[in-house]
Design a protein around this ligand. Structure first.
Ligand SMILES: Cc1cc2nc3c(=O)[nH]c(=O)nc-3n(C[C@H](O)[C@H](O)[C@H](O)COP(=O)(O)OP(=O)(O)OC[C@H]3O[C@@H](n4cnc5c(N)ncnc54)[C@H](O)[C@@H]3O)c2cc1C
Length: 457
């Protein structure tokens, strides 16, 4: 046995904000770190909507984890979806790319598996209204959005033409606002002059939410400003409107007065709810920890699982003091967990609870238009937009990505181009095809808890 095998073993699950910042903070620690993630890249989710609307390429928002961390000598990166965490044996069990299983023992574990989309019990909506959580989602939406304009150009039936040119975004939080704003810019600015039979400017963009306000966490004043800016861009904002049905050619909506109505639309985007990784429920069942309605695990003030000081849960899957599911909570949580592990190894556990430092929130509406809340300071318009550009560039991982993103933004915001419009059939129909296979042969696509009956790669 060599010396390194004697070292403290830290396993980190997830290569998102929580996982990446935890791993980096362990760089110089005398530990062996194993990062296991179901994606081989670090996804910068806040810019996903720009992939969906043709501004950025997927590579710009999702650099390879192996590449980012290649110089970290105490780290091994493994591609795998963790299916089981055995708290008694201190082992995680993962499924690698739908082909094989492996186990990884740990002395300390940091679970940062994030959250997926929630359809509030209506998972069948997903087929017609993709969410915005992954590269797959963004590329599928890119295909659906640009495809809708193409279909409109060849459509002769006025009713169907109206369906193709109606875009509905469900959820008026930051993602929904950003998505609606970008689709409106696309229709009213970027595609100008490109079609002969239709005028893309005729496209209808509707932003729906059951809440009475746009961007509720930003407060009333910024919510009103954001709504006004959206309306000026041509977005129809419908508040107090609950979606009760979604199908291929439209949505059914119940308004605050109880009446229902139909919105014809072929292209729907779901940006309305989150549901924590199912690993949270597993951890809760084994440890007796509570979970909230979104499936997030209630952790102790030091981000550990009750009764399991060796297990940290960070980011979107943890519930503590009503902290929001935002990147800064995940980053700071990951760094904090790493610091605790290092302090314990030195025999000096800090005992300090996790303290979140709120650096503020921002949402972009369109070119030159954003809202930002930083402490008690509220910004909007160009100052908020410039602050947004600057902060997102700083947090994008890697110099090359920052540079190419800057060039793409220049093309889009100074000009009006959308450089990333390539769409493949696989991107548009792949998810549904996989779902169909999963219904008849779950093991074939790695969806069951059992090893796959055959490989799909
Ligand atoms: C469209 C969108 C826009 C957003 N905009 C903003 C914004 O503007 N500002 C902001 O602060 N926040 C924003 N957020 C929220 C922010 O991105 C999240 O809060 C943050 O990503 C949470 O980090 P995390 O590490 O907990 O999870 P994630 O970043 O989601 O990472 C989870 C990781 O776990 C991996 N994983 C999942 N399950 C498993 C498993 N079983 N086994 C192994 N690996 C697994 C995933 O592949 C991924 O690498 C946005 C989110 C979305 C979806």
């Amino acid at each position: 046995m060599d010396d390194t095998s004697q070292r403290h073993r830290v396993v980190v699950v997830g290569s998102g904000f929580g996982g990446l910042f935890a791993v980096k903070a362990l760089r110089r620690a005398p530990v062996d770190v194993t990062l296991i993630s179901s994606t081989t890249y670090h996804l910068f989710q806040p810019l996903l909507y720009q992939v969906a609307t043709g501004i950025l390429s997927s590579g710009e928002v999702a650099p390879a984890t192996r590449d980012i961390l290649s110089s970290q000598r105490n780290l091994t990166v493994l591609a795998g979806t963790v299916k089981n965490i055995d708290l008694d044996r201190q082992v995680v069990r993962a499924h690698a790319l739908g082909r094989t299983w492996f186990e990884q023992p740990y002395d300390s574990l940091i679970v940062a598996a994030g959250a997926g989309q929630s359809y509030f019990g209506n998972d069948h909506f997903a087929e017609f209204a993709p969410g915005m959580k992954s590269i797959d989602d963004a590329l599928e939406l890119r295909g659906r959005i640009f495809g809708a304009f193409e279909m409109a150009e060849v459509e002769t039936d006025p009713e169907q033409l109206d369906e193709w040119l109606s875009f509905v975004v469900v959820g008026a939080g930051p993602t929904g606002v950003e998505m609606a704003g970008q689709i409106a810019e696309l229709a009213h600015r970027a595609l100008r002059g490109e079609f002969r039979r239709i005028d893309p400017h005729q496209a209808k963009v509707i932003l729906l939410d059951a809440a009475p306000q746009v961007l509720p966490p930003f407060g009333e004043k910024l919510g009103v400003k954001a709504k006004q800016k959206l309306e000026r861009l041509g977005v129809e904002v419908q508040l107090g409107a609950m979606v009760v049905g979604v199908d291929a050619d439209g949505l059914d909506v119940r308004d605050a007065d109880g009446s229902t109505r139909r919105i014809p639309s072929r292209t729907k985007v779901w940006a309305a709810g989150v549901s924590a990784s199912p690993l949270g429920r597993q951890l809760a069942e084994q440890s007796g920890a509570e979970i909230d309605r979104a499936g997030r695990v209630h952790v102790d003030p030091d981000l550990t699982l009750p009764g399991h000081p060796e297990v940290f849960v960070v980011g979107d899957m943890m519930a503590l003091d009503d902290l929001p599911g935002v990147a800064q909570v995940a980053m700071q949580g990951g760094k904090y967990a790493a610091k605790q592990i290092k302090a314990r190894l030195k025999g000096k556990p800090s005992g300090e609870p996790f303290h979140y430092f709120d650096k503020g929130s921002m949402a972009v509406i369109a070119r030159n238009q954003a809202v930002a809340k930083i402490g008690s300071v509220e910004l909007w318009g160009i100052p908020a937009w410039l602050a947004w550009l600057f902060i997102h560039l700083i947090y994008l991982v890697g110099f090359k990505n920052r540079f190419t993103t800057l060039v793409s933004w220049f093309v889009t915001f100074v000009g009006r181009g959308r450089p990333q419009r390539a769409v493949t059939v696989q991107q548009v129909v792949g998810r549904q095809a996989i779902e169909r296979v999963a219904q008849t042969d779950p093991a074939a696509v790695g969806k069951s808890g059992a090893p796959p009956s055959r490989s799909v790669a």
